[in-house]
Design a protein around this ligand. Structure first.
Ligand code: NAD
Length: 253
């Protein structure tokens, strides 16, 4: 069963990460959430009964310390969910170089570092799990999101490599690729696009964001959490190196 296992969810005080953390806690796991150390993030964790680990994933030393703190707080670690991320939109010719570095670090290097540092713990039980939250933008591109799309494509490569290395130890490594999910990250993009395109927020949702989708409705964070729950469960022991699309039919065309 899931009871007694311990999980760390990065970016776990907002959006998809918070939904995954709550779902894993409901499933009976002990759950820590890693996020930028802000009063509001600590309050969210506390309100949901989740252990809070403050860290900035753009810093290598924070990744190391966060793993040590998590293992101490939870008494071990069986499940790592690499979920933290953020978006920045600019054409390549104007893309800020420091923003590129930070995005690649948070969304690709940190998942590598956390996988590396947690590996001895995740391989102990014979049913360890790494779940990487990628994106449809791990498969396909859109203009003006060069750093995000590069990081997410890379995260799929890391997922497949780690899966091959982990198989003997019963540790599975999978990627989840959501389409648009209603979270603070996407609400921000909807508001920005409405402003810059002179559309209503409803029009941005239907005509811009959901234009390539077969199902014209934004996903909810709980939809992603339900898939993560299955991937983490013992029943999913044979699924590894998989890239799981939950994308409203976006990549079907
Ligand atoms: P969100 O903004 O609601 O949550 C992201 C969390 O990551 C925040 O709590 C933020 O503080 C944290 N974070 C950002 N930078 C960090 C850093 N340097 N150190 C530690 N924590 C940091 O976003 P979300 O929509 O829930 O996105 C979660 C993940 O899902 C991201 O990787 C995102 O790329 C991916 N995703 C989202 C969507 C979507 O439509 N919302 C679609 C596909 C993929």
């Amino acid at each position: 069963g899931m009871e007694g296992r311990a999980a760390l969810v990065t970016g776990g005080t907002s959006g998809i990460g918070l939904a995954i953390a709550q779902r894993l806690a409901q499933d009976g796991l002990r759950v820590a959430v890693l996020d930028l150390d802000r009063p509001q993030a600590r309050e969210v964790a506390q309100a949901h009964g989740l252990t809070f680990i403050g860290a900035d994933l753009s810093l290598r030393a924070d990744c190391r310390r966060a793993v040590d703190e998590t293992v101490t707080a939870l008494g071990g670690l069986d499940v790592l969910v690499n979920n933290a991320g953020f978006q920045h939109i600019d054409p390549i010719a104007a893309f800020p170089e420091d923003t590129w570095d930070a995005m690649l670090h948070v969304m690709l290097t940190a998942p590598f570092l956390l996988s590396k540092y947690t590996w001895p713990h995740l391989t102990r039980s014979g049913q360890g799990r790494i779940v990487n939250v990628a994106s449809i933008h791990g498969h396909v591109a859109s203009p003006f999101k060069s750093a995000y799309i590069s990081a997410k494509h890379g995260l799929i490569g890391l997922t497949r490599t780690a899966a091959l290395e982990a198989g003997e130890q019963g540790l599975t490594v999978n990627a989840i690729c959501p389409g648009y999910v209603r979270t603070p990250l996407v609400e921000g993009q909807i508001a920005d696009q409405a402003r810059t395109r002179g559309l209503t927020e409803q029009e941005v949702e239907q005509k811009v964001m959901l234009e390539p989708a077969a199902i014209k409705r934004l996903l909810n964070p709980e939809d992603i959490a339900a898939l993560a729950s299955y991937v983490v469960s013992p029943a999913a022991w044979g699924m590894t190196g998989a890239v799981l699309d939950l994308d409203l039919g976006w990549t079907a065309r």
